[in-house]
Design a protein around this ligand. Structure first.
Ligand SMILES: Nc1nc2c(c(=O)[nH]1)N[C@H]1C(S)=C(S)[C@@H](COP(=O)(O)OP(=O)(O)OC[C@H]3O[C@@H](n4cnc5c(N)ncnc54)[C@H](O)[C@@H]3O)O[C@H]1N2
Ligand code: MOO
Length: 398
């Protein structure tokens, strides 16, 4: 058997197989969770004028400590038509244009008004420009607001809108075909599950669909394929997808038929078997225009490989410049033994003290421990033993 491929190398080879798909232009609301194909620039300056940051009175700072004569009002969307002269004040509200002549805003809590006469009761704005958001504070026309390859998060979509954009160029949705394999599998909720101990509810399809919720995908559900090479081959040969994900049948047993079926369908395997626990027998390759990922069948192995490989592939096909999952640092609540040759992704939970503790059982078939975990502790190959209180790298799965 060839040596196991390190995770980072496997990810790099996989991403090299995946080119972003063709782009389309969609209204902002449809761009949520997708990736920008090109730099998005501001079509306007924000704020477009000097605006008040508070409710109060627009004044000339040099006129402090007053008193002033109130000559009018400026509200958001309804600016004051005139200017502020010496000894004058204009009633102003948050977001309203500061009239010409005024250079500070006196907050109403620091003033007392009687008819048109305004008196200072507090300190007043400390400086020229006090309580004013100057024109262009956030950005100016032509500024790059979003870079090509960045994800269109809620904040970036709002930024594009306030920057004057109405539509964005993004890759079209990614067609992801998902097939579970195994004679033992039946759809979740099937009647005969409890009656037949040879049958097992299919769960990996849910893992994949749920992990891809919020991603720009069209899922093609190939359902459950039997352990039959010809059936698999014919199914694979007919898919119209950008990414084919199978689970199960990836290992070395007599019924592990995904690899030969893919090859019989005209596909090619780029790599197989990764220095990863769980998830060692994952394979990656191409079939026609599609990238193919053959995940192991054990549900926790399918989950971990979906996080490390499926989501990044979808993100790259969907235009992400930075598709790999981001790890975080956490403090260990317990000692960990030295690690072996495979990178280990340990199911773990954050305790009330904020520290993370790995579950004592890590068998890759066990979904209960996965469901109770808040993170995976990433143990690189050959990591030395670690002590409680040490920092560790984690992947959040909460
Ligand atoms: N002799 C060896 N045996 C195994 C090796 C090895 O290196 N040498 N690797 C082990 C490792 S590691 C893993 S991981 C598994 C993965 O095997 P497969 O991808 O071939 O998976 P299956 O045998 O089809 O299934 C494994 C297990 O998971 C259950 N399963 C499968 N699909 C689903 C699904 N969609 N939903 C729920 N559960 C599923 C299946 O019933 C099996 O219990 O191989 C080891 N063996
Ligand atoms: O790699 Mo398997 O996923 O260890 O159980």
């Amino acid at each position: 058997m060839p040596a196991l491929l390190p995770v980072a190398e496997a990810q790099a080879r996989l991403l090299a197989l995946a080119e972003p798909v063709a782009a389309e232009t969609v209204p902002l609301a449809q761009a949520a969770g997708r990736w920008a194909v090109e730099d998005v620039r501001a079509l306007r300056t924000q704020p477009a004028a000097d605006l008040s940051a508070m409710d109060g009175y627009a004044i000339r700072h040099a006129d402090l400590p007053g008193p002033w004569t109130v000559t009018g009002e400026s509200a958001a969307g309804r600016p004051f038509a005139g200017a502020v002269g010496r000894g004058e004040a204009v009633r102003i509200f948050t977001g309203a244009a500061v009239p010409p002549g005024a250079d500070a805003v006196l907050v109403q809590e620091e003033a007392e008004r009687e008819g048109a006469t305004l008196r200072l009761t507090g300190e007043g704005p400390p400086r020229v420009g006090g309580n004013i958001r100057p024109r262009g504070l956030d950005f100016s026309t032509g500024d790059v607001l979003i870079r090509a390859g960045e994800r269109l998060t809620p904040a970036r979509l709002a930024l594009a809108a306030i920057g004057g954009q109405s539509a964005l160029k993004v890759p079209r949705p990614i067609r992801v075909a998902v097939a579970a394999t195994g004679d033992e599998l039946v759809p979740p909720g099937s009647q005969h599950i409890s009656a037949d101990p040879a049958k097992l509810p299919e769960s990996n399809g849910l893992i994949l669909a749920a992990l891809l919720a919020g991603y720009p995908v069209e899922l093609i559900d190939l359902s459950i394929l039997p352990d039959d090479e010809a059936v698999m081959r014919d199914t694979f040969a007919n898919i119209r997808a950008d990414l084919l994900v199978t689970t199960g049948g990836a290992s070395v047993g007599d019924h592990d038929l995904v690899r030969p079926a893919l090859e019989a369908a005209g596909g090619s395997i780029d790599f197989w078997r990764i220095a990863l626990r769980p998830g060692k027998p994952m394979m990656a390759g191409r079939l026609g225009d599609a990238v193919v990922l053959g995940l192991p069948g054990n549900p926790v192995s399918a989950f971990v490989t979906a996080l490390l490989f499926v989501r990044p592939t979808v993100a790259r096909l969907a235009g992400a410049a930075d598709p790999l999952p981001r790890t975080a640092a956490a403090i260990l609540g317990e000692d960990l033994p030295a690690n072996g040759e495979r990178a280990d992704y340990l199911r773990a939970a954050h305790g009330p003290d904020g520290r993370v503790r790995a579950s004592s059982v890590q068998d890759s078939s066990m979904l209960l421990t996965l469901a109770r975990s808040t993170c995976l502790i990433v143990r690189p190959p050959h990591a030395p033993a670690a002590k409680a209180g040490d920092s560790a790298e984690i992947l959040d799965i909460s």
